[in-house]
Design a protein around this ligand. Structure first.
Ligand code: SAM
Length: 240
């Protein structure tokens, strides 16, 4: 199947609509294509937040709420907000909330975050930066809502640094992943969007530079499986 990515203008509507369509199968798909490893990476993300009791954390592009729930597990005394624009992904997140859960789920846009300046101690975002239609705007919004000294932790796919492994990774991501998707939801083009969306997403070193240009200091990269999966940890200066 030849696949064409949506234009920048169409991307937001496309992404929202497509995540609505695959919401029921999203968690299973993630478990299968990462062999369950995304759960370990999400635990790692939450450990990087260094949250303390009563602090406020925003899980941006929260989807079905994996990272939000991991924050609650590691930091039960924190105030957690999960934000996503897909109503269907949020429905699943809410259905997984326990009765006394502290997680508040909101429908909203990661490029226009409905919170005042300097509100959150930490922002997490899992596989979200790759999906927004304007990465710079999203990074500026995250910077705006973070308190001075606050931390952003982003998990996403990265670029594999070793050429031979990169070939294998591309084969898996562009050939095998869409096949798995097609078995789970026949004819669903979202499973072609996912690998293709990585083509326009910056290399982890370039994303680090973008974070520093946004105003973050001390941006760190943590690579997993040769860089196929990557976590950025970036701090807002304390005097900002
Ligand atoms: C790949 S899923 C990731 C879900 C979850 N964070 C995880 O790690 O499993 C990407 C999510 O980003 C959301 N998303 C993409 N662009 C968004 C935007 N501009 N505003 C809010 N949510 C957005 C999609 O609706 C989708 O739920």
């Amino acid at each position: 199947m030849t696949y064409t990515l949506p234009t920048t203008e169409d991307k937001s509507n496309y992404v929202e609509e497509k995540f609505d369509e695959i919401a029921q199968k999203y968690d299973r798909f993630n478990d299968v294509i990462t062999f369950g490893m995304h759960r370990y990476w999400k635990k790692f993300v939450v450990r990087q937040t260094g949250l303390r009791p009563d602090e406020e954390c925003l899980d941006l592009c929260c989807g079905t709420g994996d990272i939000s729930r991991e924050i609650l597990r590691q930091h039960p005394d924190c105030k957690i907000t999960g934000l996503d624009f897909s109503a269907e992904m949020l429905k699943i997140a809410k259905s997984k909330n326990s009765v006394n859960s502290e997680i508040q789920y909101l429908q909203g846009d990661a490029m226009n975050i409905p919170f005042p300046d300097t509100y959150f101690h930490a922002v997490t975002i899992g596989y979200g930066l790759r999906n927004v239609s304007d990465l710079n705007t999203c990074l500026q919004e995250i910077f705006r809502v973070l308190k001075p000294g606050g931390v952003l932790v982003s998990l996403d796919v990265g670029k594999v640094r070793l050429p031979i492994i990169a070939e294998l990774n591309n084969f898996y991501f562009f050939r095998v992943v869409p096949l798995i998707g097609n078995i789970m939801m026949p004819g669903q083009e979202m499973f072609h969007y996912l690998p293709n969306s990585t083509l326009k997403f910056p290399h982890q070193e370039f994303l680090k530079r973008m974070l520093l240009e946004t105003g973050f200091k001390q941006a760190e990269i943590h690579d997993f499986i040769f860089g196929a999966s990557t976590v950025h940890v970036a701090y807002k200066p304390t005097d900002n």
